[in-house]
Design a protein around this ligand. Structure first.
Ligand code: SF4
Length: 301
């Protein structure tokens, strides 16, 4: 999908001008962002609303102002500090990443070294390079993919999108030289404020040259249904179990955990055992005891 030079210029100007007076102020966004602060806020915002991240990240960074501080924390300590954010695996990977950064003694500033860090994928590495090291590499998240698709092609439905190759090609061509940070953050904010997945506010959106402007009709995207266990997905049961263990200084039996999360009976207890085993596998919970019937669980220290 190629855009004309004029269209590229007009999009860049629209995003940069709008972002310069954007109503959305996030405290960690500065002209040159700190990589540790950026890593923490990006990891947190992957599955958590920005407003919640703004509050949680401030507290987290007061406690762990550098990778060295987090590297010295226990697993249980970081899971406790992650309270309210969900998806506790992110906290574990972030701590592993901090250990590696502390060993390196510096923050890597190239893509290959960044993606080699635990929990850092293409998006986070690209965001760090663009936001902190001022490189002109593309940063593509769900908001950017959605906005670029709609801007370039005259789409009819909200669930339509260009292919990832087309989006990537556009993302590379569109980064304004030396202005990558403002460009990407502006595009992401437009995606969450005006050009949302299920609805658009084209009349307020600054992208006047968008090909899909006032054309989109809502259509529910086909999503793979998450398997439900006793009324909810396993990830919510995992979160409920971690919540039970989070503040306890003693280890709990399976029965006590099952009872605390509101499950009982042999089949449901078996489900709790399976879920605890997954938490042990992921390094969040530790188990002690020779036999299953006497096993006790707590957050991993
Ligand atoms: S004009 Fe409408 S469809 Fe285009 S980017 Fe803005 S909100 Fe999205």
């Amino acid at each position: 999908m190629s855009l004309s030079r004029n269209h590229i210029h007009s999009l860049q100007q629209s995003v940069l001008t709008w972002f310069a007076s954007s109503p959305r102020k996030l405290w960690w966004r500065e002209d040159k962002q700190d990589p540790w602060v950026t890593l923490v806020t990006e990891v947190m915002s992957q599955q958590t609303q920005m407003e919640r991240v703004a509050e949680a990240a401030e507290k987290f960074l007061q406690k762990y102002p550098s990778p060295q501080d987090l590297a010295q924390e226990t697993t249980a300590g970081v899971v406790r500090a992650w309270r309210g954010l969900g998806y506790n695996n992110r906290a574990i990977r972030l701590r592993e990443c901090a250990v590696q950064l502390a060993q390196l003694g510096k923050f890597p500033s190239n893509y290959q070294e960044l993606v080699a860090l635990p929990g850092v994928g293409d998006y986070t590495a690209s965001a760090l390079l663009s936001f902190c090291f001022e490189l002109d590499n593309p940063v593509v998240d769900v908001n950017v993919s959605r906005v670029l698709s709609r801007v370039a092609a005259a789409l009819s439905y909200t669930d339509e999108k260009l292919s990832s190759e087309q989006i990537r090609e556009m993302a590379v061509a569109l980064v304004p030289s030396g202005r990558g940070r403002a460009w990407h953050q502006g595009l992401m904010d437009i995606g969450s404020l005006f050009c949302r997945a299920r609805s658009t506010d084209c009349d307020s959106c600054p992208l006047l040259s968008c090909a899909s402007r006032n054309r989109l009709t809502f259509r529910k995207a086909a999503v793979k249904k998450e398997r439900s266990y006793y009324g909810k997905p396993r990830r919510l049961w995992r979160g409920a179990i971690v919540e039970v263990l989070r503040d306890s200084s003693v280890a709990y039996s399976v029965e006590r955990i099952a009872q605390s999360v509101g499950l009982s009976g042999p089949e449901q207890t078996e489900f709790i055992v399976e879920t605890l085993q997954l938490l042990v596998r992921d390094g969040i919970v530790s188990a002690a005891g020779a036999q299953q019937s006497h096993m006790r669980y707590r957050l991993k220290e």
